[in-house]
Ligand binder design. Structure first.
Ligand code: BYC
Length: 333
């Protein structure tokens, strides 16, 4: 027997709510920023909290694969650069958590969502950093992909997110350059060093292409996010731009991208390239990546071990507020 289905009845908006939605949509269409105190539809708020907190978690978890190599950097100069870079990622997480907090979600709630597996973070950080060449490759390719994705986010419709992206992009640009310079040094070094750089490129290439998200026709959030001008360019457009920008960089240092389907397409003025293994992508999104368990347990340990610091900071803030209150009461009296 065939079941009859009926479409859900559209939600009737009151005249007041209709006017608010119209005013909101007009501001977005006019490229004005939406600010935290402005009225916004619940779904817009929810989408922003999802994307911004996931972005923050990515910066936060993203410190781990590189952090592993701080004590093993080959020279003091490289160690110095890596320390500064990892510190920058912590800063990016902080700006982004602050931007998400303006939407009414607390840092504790976001951390809980990360540690319980409810919130995602970029799939790329579930792959291991096996050699020193992986560190240069992360700078060159992972930060390179991040810039490609984040430059358009500087024009996202939500003000605090867009503004956070301005500084993040400047720093990511430095990260990308230092990564490329590090890989260039290996590619121009001994045969063994060059092989190490090629091996890192072979392992990271496809996971990096997956950072841009599923293909447009399989991306459930894109259409609405683009209508709200949170996302300005589609997953596939950004992936294509990244490939077009990166292939000449690889060629310039004599490395080869592991894609037999890669070829220049004169007609589209860009490269044709192969299809990432989307089964692998969805498995990593589900938390089945090679280092997923390790990453979350390290984050959980850091959160638990740091509880005394948060408690002390809160106690200090309360004491300070009480003293300020006493002083202002005395002044009034
Ligand atoms: N990894 O409908 P879609 C960095 C999920 S950190 C995991 O296309 P959307 C760095 C997606 O969330 C850079 N999950 O989604 C740090 C959605 O699931 P939910 C991190 C992914 O949001 C340290 C589902 O798949 N950058 O640079 O429209 C050291 C369907 O996707 C991924 C950002 O976070 C993924 N790769 O578009 C070095 C950028 N891709 O949430 C470097 C900000 C997709 O519906 N985020 N999913 O359950 C974005 O631009 C967008 O959220 C995405 C996805 C393009 C990533």
């Amino acid at each position: 027997m065939q079941r009859m289905t009926t479409a859900p009845a559209p939600i009737e908006l009151s005249a007041e709510d209709r006017a608010r939605v119209d005013a909101f949509e007009a501001r977005v269409a006019d490229d004005q920023f939406i600010e935290p105190k402005d009225w916004m539809p619940d779904a817009y708020r929810k989408t922003l909290v999802r994307q911004i907190s996931q972005h923050a978690h990515s910066e936060y978890v993203g410190m781990l694969p590189e952090g592993n190599w701080i004590t093993r950097a080959p020279t003091l100069r490289r160690k110095d650069i890596l320390l500064a870079k990892v510190q920058d990622e912590a800063g990016h997480a902080l700006y982004l958590y602050c931007a998400a907090e303006t939407l009414g979600t607390s840092r504790d709630q976001m951390t809980e969502a990360l540690l319980s597996g409810k919130a995602k973070y970029s799939t790329i950080f579930n792959y291991p950093t096996l050699t020193w060449a992986d560190i240069g490759t992360i700078g060159w390719l992972v930060d390179g992909a991040a810039i490609m994705n984040q430059v358009p986010l500087q024009r996202a419709s939500f003000g605090p997110y867009a503004r956070a992206m301005v500084r993040v992009c400047k720093e990511e640009s430095f990260h990308q350059r230092q990564g490329y310079e590090s890989i260039m040094a290996l590619a121009q070094g001994t045969a063994e060093q060059k092989a190490m750089a090629q091996d890192a490129l072979d392992r990271w290439w496809w996971p990096v292409l997956m950072m841009f998200g599923p293909p447009d026709d399989k991306s459930p959030n894109s259409e609405q996010s683009m209508r709200w001008r949170i996302k300005r360019e589609s997953n596939d457009t950004l992936r294509q731009k990244f490939v077009d920008a990166t292939i000449p960089q690889a060629e310039a240092i004599g490395l080869h991208v592991p894609d037999p389907a890669l070829r220049w397409n004169e007609a589209k003025n860009g490269y044709d390239f192969g299809t990432p293994d989307w089964e692998e992508f969805y498995a990593v999104v589900r938390g089945e990546g090679p280092t997923a368990t390790e990453r979350i347990s390290e984050r959980r340990a850091a959160w638990e071990d740091g509880a005394w610091v948060r408690d002390a900071a809160m106690a200090h803030a309360e004491k300070h507020a009480a003293l300020t209150n006493t002083a202002s009461t005395a002044k009034v009296a």
